[in-house]
Design a protein around this ligand. Structure first.
Ligand code: ARG
Length: 475
């Protein structure tokens, strides 16, 4: 048991209590952020004359050594320490003696952990965004290549009207685009530095919080020290954004599972992204899509868990907040893993264009257009709807699509039909005359694709300061 706070105690902590209380098994995940935070803190302390330049240089040099040794595996983060903060500080003191003991001047573990978690999450926001960007690139490529790939569009999982594969993929492009914008918003709101909040009431040392914030790439310091140590809103927002991303991935997975089924055969998932059965030799299962769909639950779980943890906590820090880590880390890793795998699966998936087209031809996906034809020839819409209803009944009986009816058969139901009906209800006409903004017609889609390309070219991550780490390590 290695603790930072033995002074006022007369007894050793009970081992079970120690184990229950310790967080090192999971907070070691942000060892790098903890060391970076300490580097910024001592740099600021020296600038303010609270530490000497020599003390700062020695501490920074040793912190860098500790970081390198952890990264190379030479120094193991062992569970004999209560948490990652104690581990780093104890190692510093082992190596530097009294100078090491000065690191924690004007700081509490409360603002330290608030900072570490925020730094870690901020990085995750960016990494998740980068994965979303890759997925959007894949989607846009499929869209560009499939402007004329006709397929049925569905409502109630029943064939409705013909669309194109580009149009269908475009719907997911919009969803994942909004997901990126959500991450950008979260980044903007969370990018303030809690370091210097102290335990809850700031400190009496003349800290320059603006300076530490700048060193760590934040827009500035947080403005209330009690909120600084006890705010986890940014994490809740991020878990909520991850839940929405997972919900989108899960819907998409569900469609791919349906499209990949023997009945549909709209797509074939690549062998590298499929799995077999131990007993049925013929099986090739869409396990990746199913796992993505399944893992959505645990990400939602992390969000619910943290919302519930936070709801009864009085100001300021309370130990409940240590529970913000394990499930959040799991949710972050899960969402990133799902994004990467889903993208790989989508990229290598074969679209069976013939099957899609064939499927659109059947199921009366052009019935609306047949009614519109009559309307254009002066029939009121409600009457036109009724006439085409009769046509559908007739076709169902004969097991044929509308365009397999002869003109005589059509005229027997409504004399308004002429030879040009066949062109008016061809799949190509149905799709390409839908030209309102956001519709599947080729020229409408091309304009949208241009806008989507522009979105991908203006990466919000290029606009935020990304070089703080290099500058911090230079110092
Ligand atoms: N392990 C703690 C956490 O994750 C660090 C902060 C400890 N602060 C305290 N006052 N015990 O929240």
């Amino acid at each position: 048991m290695a603790q930072l706070w033995g002074g006022r105690f007369t007894k050793e902590t009970d081992q079970l209590v120690y184990n229950f209380n310790a967080s090192i098994t999971f907070d070691q995940k942000f060892y790098k952020q903890d060391i970076e935070g300490s580097m910024a803190h001592v740099t600021m302390l020296a600038k303010q004359g609270i530490l000497t330049k020599q003390e700062k240089d020695d501490i920074i040099k040793t912190l860098k050594e500790i970081l390198e040794e952890v990264e190379s595996g030479k120094l193991e983060i062992s569970s004999e320490y209560e948490d990652i903060h104690s581990f780093v500080e104890a190692n510093l003191i082992d190596r530097l003696g009294d100078t090491g003991k000065k690191l924690h001047t004007g700081r509490s573990r409360n603002d330290q952990v608030a900072l570490d978690m925020r730094l870690y999450t901020r990085n995750e926001v960016k990494e998740t965004d980068a994965l979303l960007k890759e997925l959007l690139e894949t989607l846009l490529t499929i869209m560009e290549e499939n402007l004329t790939t006709i397929m049925p569009g569905f409502t109630h999982l029943q064939k409705a009207q013909p669309i194109t594969l580009a149009h269908h993929m475009g719907a997911y492009f919009e969803m994942f685009k909004r997901d990126r914008l959500r991450l950008k918003d979260i980044y903007e709101r969370m990018n303030y530095c809690p370091l210097g909040s102290g335990a809850l009431a700031g400190t009496t040392y003349p800290l320059d919080r603006e300076y530490s914030a700048e060193l760590l790439g934040f827009y500035g310091p947080t403005l209330n020290s009690m909120d600084g140590v006890s705010d986890r809103d940014y994490l809740i927002e991020f878990l909520s954004a991850l839940s929405t991303i997972m919900m989108h991935l899960s819907r998409f997975s569900e469609e791919i599972i349906i499209w990949n089924s023997n009945e549909y055969q709209f797509v074939e998932i690549d062998d590298a992204y499929s799995t077999g059965s131990s007993i049925m030799p013929q099986k090739k299962n869409p396990d990746i899509a199913e796992l993505v769909r399944g893992k959505t639950g645990r990400v939602y779980g992390a969000l619910m868990s943290l919302l519930t943890t936070m709801k009864g906590i009085p100001l300021a820090y309370n130990k409940d907040m240590q529970e913000d880590k394990e499930l959040s880390f799991d949710a972050m890793d899960t969402a990133k893993g799902c994004l990467a795998l889903f993208n790989g699966m989508l990229k290598t998936m074969k679209f069976n264009k013939g099957r899609m087209r064939e499927s659109a031809n059947h199921g009366f996906t052009n019935a609306t257009d047949a009614a519109d034809y009559l309307v254009k020839h002066g029939v009121p819409f409600r009457d036109a709807h009724g006439i085409v209803g009769q046509i559908v009944l007739y076709c169902l009986d004969k097991k044929i699509p509308i365009d397999a009816m002869s003109l005589e058969e059509l005229k027997a139901i409504s004399p308004v039909f002429e030879e040009d009906i066949y062109d008016a209800i061809s799949m190509e006409t149905c799709v390409n005359t839908r030209l309102t903004v956001g519709a599947p017609g080729e020229t409408a889609m091309k304009k949208v694709i241009e806008k989507e390309r522009e979105f991908l070219n203006h990466d919000w991550q290029n606009e935020v300061k990304n070089d703080w780490e290099e500058r911090l390590f230079e110092k």
